[in-house]
Write a protein that binds this ligand. Structure first.
Ligand code: NAD
Ligand code: UGA
Length: 332
């Protein structure tokens, strides 16, 4: 269990469906819900019996009576039977990541982030699911003028990935405007980090480089800033979004730890006592210089605020990662 794991909220749905449950955020969410007494159906197209990342992400849930895993692709599977009697659907399944979305995989982004979401919305409407919480992204804001992003700001997505996340979020909110169908909260997560973070993300790579001595590729000069959000904080906001009485459109989930990539490198170095070998590379297309959440609406609607500071969060992330690197204790 991560060092900072805490009961995420006093209230949790009785029965819930988590899509993307074999992923980074989805597996933490499913675990926190089961801990809170929720019966969870987790759906993911990655099969934990053949996919090592899915198996590792779901390890803490194996054998738990409150958790039922379904390996299925939301683009094709029968979704309705999975949703019967659910108080909430947490729709986290999707293809994440800014950089690969410029490539030929864009079709996958479109299919999983938009078309599969459409199927989840139709099924939720047919079954009468009362609440859908969907994973949106800070990337919908695009480049900012340096101030904090408000949910009412005009989105300017700067990558194909961000375009699909905006489409996904807006599709869900359009469904929510109808008299039938679920009420919807779209959570705009800001760069979530912590144990089991995806291996393509920066904090994972910086800590891995510090732990192993392997080089870290830095895209740009490292002065890019992110509103890094610790996983347990993201989960607390996500569960709150399922149980607050009124749905409220899009809400930022971020803030509290605005820092540059160089700051993360410095903390990783001090936590491990080892320097990181940097390979500087060109800035990637669609990479924004700054993300910064205005956390006001999340406080107002969800009663949520981030609790874990960057140094403590990175320490917990580093400890979890070190435990997976067999030779680390010998090499250190
Ligand atoms: P992840 O890749 O670890 O998890 C996503 C999961 O969705 C994967 O296990 C994948 O197999 C599953 N999936 C994808 N398409 C599917 C389909 N068609 N049917 C069934 N399962 C499918 O990613 P993550 O970092 O946990 O992100 C979860 C969600 O949060 C994504 O929607 C992502 O866009 C969003 N998000 C993440 C971050 C972050 O910092 N990690 C920030 C903003 C938004
Ligand atoms: C992250 C997630 O990957 C997205 O899925 C999510 O939607 C988004 O956060 C969000 O908050 O909305 P990103 O901010 O690009 O996107 O996060 P990272 O992939 O961790 O990259 C952060 C920064 O580190 C970027 O400037 C990137 O160019 C840089 N980076 C990343 C490197 O310099 N080297 C690397 O090896 C990886």
């Amino acid at each position: 269990m991560p060092q900072h794991e805490q009961p995420p909220t006093n209230a949790a749905p009785r029965r819930a469906v988590v899509t993307g449950s074999a992923g980074f955020i989805g597996s933490h969410l499913a675990h926190a819900l089961v801990q809170a007494g929720t019966t969870v159906i987790g759906v993911d197209r990655r099969d934990p019996s053949t996919d090592p990342t899915a198996a590792a992400n779901l390890a803490a849930l194996r054998g738990r009576s409150g958790y039922h895993h379904v390996t299925a692709d939301l683009l094709h599977c029968a979704i309705d039977p999975l949703l019967i009697d659910a108080d909430a659907v947490f729709h986290l399944a999707g293809i994440p990541g800014v950089r690969p979305s410029w490539g030929p995989q864009f079709g996958d982004y479109l299919a999983s982030n938009v078309l599969a979401t459409h199927r989840v919305l139709d099924a939720s409407t047919r079954i009468g699911v009362p609440r859908l919480v969907v994973a949106s992204s800070s990337s919908v804001y695009g480049p900012t003028d340096g101030g904090a992003s408000l949910e009412t700001d005009r989105p300017k997505p700067a990558s194909p990935y961000a375009v699909t996340k905006l489409a996904e979020e807006q599709l869900c909110l359009a469904y929510a405007e109808r008299p039938i169908g679920p009420s919807v909260i779209a959570l705009r997560y800001f760069t979530v980090y912590g144990p089991r973070q995806r291996a393509d993300m920066f904090t994972h790579r910086a800590l891995h480089a510090a732990l192993t001595g392997q080089p870290l590729r830095l895209y740009g000069d490292g002065h890019q800033r992110r509103d890094f959000t610790y996983i347990d904080d993201a989960i607390a906001a996500t569960i709150a979004a399922a149980v607050v009485p009124t749905a409220h459109g899009a809400i930022n989930v971020g803030g509290g730890s605005n820092a540059s990539l160089l700051d993360v490198i410095n903390i990783a170095t001090s936590l491990t006592g080892r320097d990181i070998q940097l390979h500087q590379d060109h800035t990637r297309n669609g990479d924004v210089l700054l993300t910064r959440a205005d956390p006001g609406l999340a406080g107002e609607v969800l009663g949520w605020q981030p609790r874990v500071d960057l140094h403590s969060g990175l320490r917990a992330h580093m400890q979890a990662l070190a435990a997976q690197i067999p030779d680390y204790s010998r090499a250190a």
